[in-house]
Design a protein around this ligand. Sequence first.
Ligand code: PLP
Length: 376
Amino acid sequence: MERIYLDHSATTPLDKEVFAQMTPYFCEDFGNADSPHAHGRGAQRGVDTARDRLAELLHAKPNELYFTSGGTEADNWAIFGGARGMKERGKARVLLSAIEHHAVSSAAEALRAEGFTVDYLPVDGRGIVAPEALQNALTPDTGLVAVMWANNETGTVQDIPALAKIAKANGSLFFTDAVQAAPYFEMDVTALGVDMLSLSAHKFYGPKGAGALYIKNGSPVKPLIVGGEQERGRRGGTTNVPAIVGLSLAYEKNAGGMVASNGKIARLRALFLREITDLSGVTVQGEGVPAIVNLRAEGVKNTDLVYALDLQGVSISAGAACASGSTKPSHVLLAMGLSEKAAGECVRVSFGKDNSEEEILRAATLFKETVLRLRG
Ligand code: PLP
């Protein structure tokens, strides 16, 4: 029996066509994109095309995109760089939602040692940041506001244009981590009204270790990685040409197939939920992007359920993949008002465009059987 992968929020497989278009940049067009000779120019052409294409799709200018080593670096850069830039303008307070990914919140916490004030915006029981909550929390010294677009544990989606508008009216920079939203939404940075936005290729069938940060021109954002003059002197390090080419192509391909894949994923999600409706004591926590469903199975520890399903060939997760070594309850679910016990009974199932109905039916049956068995 083939294994069933239902953990697309943790990562997705690299698209084979994207992989094929990345490969020449490893061994043939391998030049350093900053070298002035023909080898370098060949690599640079790949980067330029990737940047132009991605910028067009995001409605950004090419020189507003900075390629990074992934979502974590892009998030760290937005927080450290944005906060430090605004501190020079006398605004040394950072405000972030209580449900941010650790790539954002750990960076913000580290800023306390530099004299920053760091405060959190509450969410309601669905995981939503109310625009009024942001309005009430803003102070004249708030330099940076960070609210993620879609949450990685529950899929909850925020009203980014409304939140960005409120932050901007206060003279604050607004950053959104769009890592989990990018696979499912068309992105127009101008319409969103954000100053910074982060992406990670491996969430939309691109390579791991490839990300991007959009920084609106004129934003006072300090560099994070200093070194050479790469990325217009704002991000040192020899350009990772295959990763950049892969990110841009994967984004383009995903965006092109988004309407169809969102529809399919929504149907798979509905099918899974329908198949498990007769299982008592199961509730959905938060709701948003079609791919993610966070389920609490009362009386069953989430890690026990994840391991038991793994043994039967089904991959799901007990929350964020990068926190799976941790025994701490999810900060996202606690912020939504769940008790520690309840949060410890929640698993994340995340669907992908290549899952089949047969897989979903089999996974739902195994899910039901396993929950009942673990409940004894
Ligand atoms: N932000 C969110 C919301 C994520 O889900 C992830 C990945 O799990 C990241 C940031 C980090 O991205 P990367 O894995 O590319 O470092």
